[in-house]
Design a protein around this ligand. Structure first.
Ligand code: ZN
Length: 326
């Protein structure tokens, strides 16, 4: 058993996929794998996710030629997490509620050192140490995926709050008359400025006759998906750009609220919608000063895409493991 491991395994468990990386202390990615997120959690919450992590871990250990006791492991999970690493509530992965994946893995592997942390917090650590937020003391990380994940760095430190639950920006209500959210409320920010929000606005725009080219191309309004809009927007379609601009309006609306509260000057955007960052970010950047207190009088904000892209969470989980377990 080494006391100072030179390799960490990082896992990012998302609503649709699990991404694994093996990294060295410099943060170089030595190995990478992704699998679909398991759907079944019976009889014990987290058991199926632990099975998936186990299988990926076995492969990664062969690749990096280490035993399980020689590495440290970090697992990023989507939801509010207790300080002991239990999933207290996951709106977008309800079957994981109550999961204690660290305990399940430790029970299976003697000597395993593992830490579980909120996925967006992992992403923020990754971007702060080795990405777009290097040297930034006051920033937020916002991951625009199925939902919206969030993390807060203020005065140079990741802020967790009384229970470790801080930064769940996605479930701040921005429209009390808005659509129902899996969390139980209506009109949460993530019903608008996320991948799911884009999908909903795409369906509405198609049904309202605002996406004639895409509806024709896909053979009906019901067939047009969010991915069609992002692809068409990147190819220069004005009707598709208009839908992405609607998402950008809601992104700016939420960021303005958060900046009024937290006084950050920098925003790192991660998650799947980063794909369309070249259209989304400039528009949000332009709108945001009009949506924050004293906007015209404040120093400017910068909104940037995560440098580690979709790997940010897994890479950060590995860095969190190095920090806390060695
Ligand atoms: Zn919600």
């Amino acid at each position: 058993v080494t006391t100072s491991p030179d390799i960490a395994l990082g896992f990012d468990v998302g609503g649709t996929k699990v991404l694994a990386v093996a990294i060295d202390r410099a943060g170089s990615v030595l190995y990478e794998e992704r699998v679909p997120t398991p759907r079944e959690y019976e009889p014990v919450p987290g058991e199926a996710t632990a099975d998936a992590i186990d299988a990926m871990m076995a492969k990664a250990l062969v690749e990096v030629q280490r035993d399980v006791a020689d590495v440290v492991v970090g697992v990023g999970l989507p939801g509010i997490m207790s300080r002991e690493g239990r999933v207290v509530f996951a709106a977008n992965l309800p079957a994981a509620n109550g999961a204690q994946i660290g305990d399940i893995l430790r029970a299976r592997h003697e000597g395993l050192r593992v830490v579980c942390e909120n996925d967006a917090d992992c992403g923020a650590v990754g971007e702060h140490e080795l990405g777009a937020a290097q040297g930034r003391d006051n920033f937020i990380m916002v991951t625009l995926g199925t939902g919206i994940g969030g993390a807060i760095y203020l005065d140079g430190e990741l802020r967790r709050g009384a229970n470790g639950f801080a930064g769940e920006f996605g479930h701040v209500v921005v429209n009390v008359n808005g659509p129902r959210c899996p969390c139980g409320q209506s009109g949460c920010w993530e019903r608008y400025a996320s991948g799911a929000g884009l999908a909903r606005m795409t369906h509405e725009a198609a049904a309202a006759g605002l996406l004639p080219e895409l509806v024709k191309h896909r053979g009906g309004a019901a067939n047009v998906r969010g991915e069609d809009v992002t692809a068409a927007a990147l190819a220069g379609s004005n009707e598709a750009v208009a839908v992405v601009h609607d998402v950008a309006w809601w992104l700016a609306r939420g960021l303005g609220n958060l900046a009024t509260i937290l006084d950050f000057d920098y925003v790192v955007i991660g998650g799947g919608l980063v794909e369309v960052a070249s259209i989304l970010i400039p528009r949000a950047q332009e709108l945001m000063p009009s949506m924050v207190l004293g906007g015209a009088a404040r120093p400017p904000f910068a909104i940037v895409p995560a440098r580690n892209g979709e790997r940010a969470g897994a890479l950060g989980a590995g860095l969190v493991a190095f920090e806390r377990l060695s």
